[in-house]
Design a protein around this ligand. Structure first.
Ligand SMILES: Nc1ncnc2c1ncn2[C@@H]1O[C@H](COP(=O)(O)OP(=O)(O)OP(=O)(O)O)[C@@H](O)[C@H]1O
Ligand SMILES: [Mg+2]
Length: 277
């Protein structure tokens, strides 16, 4: 197998789209947050980046999309390759033009703009094909079409998340970095959004890097997963294997073959967790 390809669960080799190689990220020149993170996204893959609060998921996505500068963060070691080319020194706009777009945590929409105006802001790097993209977004998210003239500040949380994803789609991306799309949404809506994302992946070939605290849901839709703890990848594997792994079940899904765990088992937790260190 060549260096530019990676193996997938079903045995065929897919082109490597994104490779994050051993990156270190420091905020404010002193706060070391990522301590050597590596991950890969194959062409057409859905890859989940899992981990608890503060594990470094958002930081990793922002390192890829080059949005760390605004946070006084720097990639101080390692490199990031997109389609085989180093991209960590590009500005975010150049990256969007190459097809990499991030949907930020907290579904940022411009509240004082309508849904359609919000979507159109996502096409700022493009000169043509904008109407086709708008129709595509509406075909995947018919609710947005119904609410196209509503101010984004007045639509529901689920619709705002759809609007944020729709706006990202307006840049005609080949890779979408999705930061916690499930945040604050009812389970049924989360499912609806993940179904749409899966469909986009299958039908439009958009590759996805998905940061989620909702391990269960993410592993249901992803092909492959990485688990981050305190700025390090502590485990990775096919999504199915991770979902069935006893330790993942225990630490991240709150279930184990011995039954549900409580904080009283923290000693046991710490002991078992040593294998992760
Ligand atoms: N701009 C910043 N300046 C300093 N430290 C930061 C900054 N942003 C994040 N951090 C720190 O970096 C660590 C990782 O944060 P990050 O937001 O990447 O985690 P996360 O996995 O996305 O967490 P969450 O699930 O809560 O979104 C945390 O300890 C956080 O406090
Ligand atoms: Mg985050």
């Amino acid at each position: 197998m060549s260096e530019a390809s990676t193996s997938t669960g079903n045995g065929d080799a897919k082109q490597l789209l994104l490779a994050v190689n051993n990156i270190e990220v420091i905020y404010d020149h002193v706060i070391l947050v990522l301590k050597g993170v590596s991950l890969e996204v194959p062409e057409g893959g859905i890859v989940a980046l899992l981990g608890a609060n503060g594990a470094g998921k958002t930081t990793t996505l922002k390192a890829v999309s080059n949005l760390l500068g605004a946070e006084r963060g720097d990639v101080t070691k390692g490199n990031i390759l997109y389609k085989g080319e180093e991209v960590q020194n590009l500005d975010p706009n150049q990256l969007v033009k190459r097809g990499v777009i991030q949907v930020m945590e907290g579904r940022h929409c411009f509240e004082h703009l309508t849904v359609e105006e919000n979507l159109l802001t996502g096409a700022y790097t493009r000169r043509s094909g904008i109407n086709d993209s708008l129709e595509l977004v509406y075909s995947y998210f018919p609710r947005l079409k119904d609410r196209r003239t509503s101010l984004a500040g007045y639509i529901s949380g689920g619709e705002q998340q759809m609007c944020a994803i729709g706006r990202a789609l307006m840049s005609n991306p080949s890779t979408m970095l999705l930061d916690e799309p499930s945040m604050g949404l009812a389970p049924q809506l989360v499912e609806e959004i993940f179904e749409r994302v899966k469909k986009l992946n299958e039908e439009q070939g958009v590759s996805i890097l998905l940061a989620e605290q909702n391990t269960n849901m993410a592993l249901k839709y992803a092909h492959y997963g990485y688990i981050l703890e305190s700025g390090r990848v502590v485990m990775d594997g096919d999504a199915k294997d991770l979902a069935e792994n006893e330790d993942v079940k225990e630490f991240y899904l709150g279930i184990s073959s011995e039954g549900r765990r409580s904080f009283r088992d923290v000693k046991h937790y710490k002991r078992r967790k040593r294998w992760l260190a």
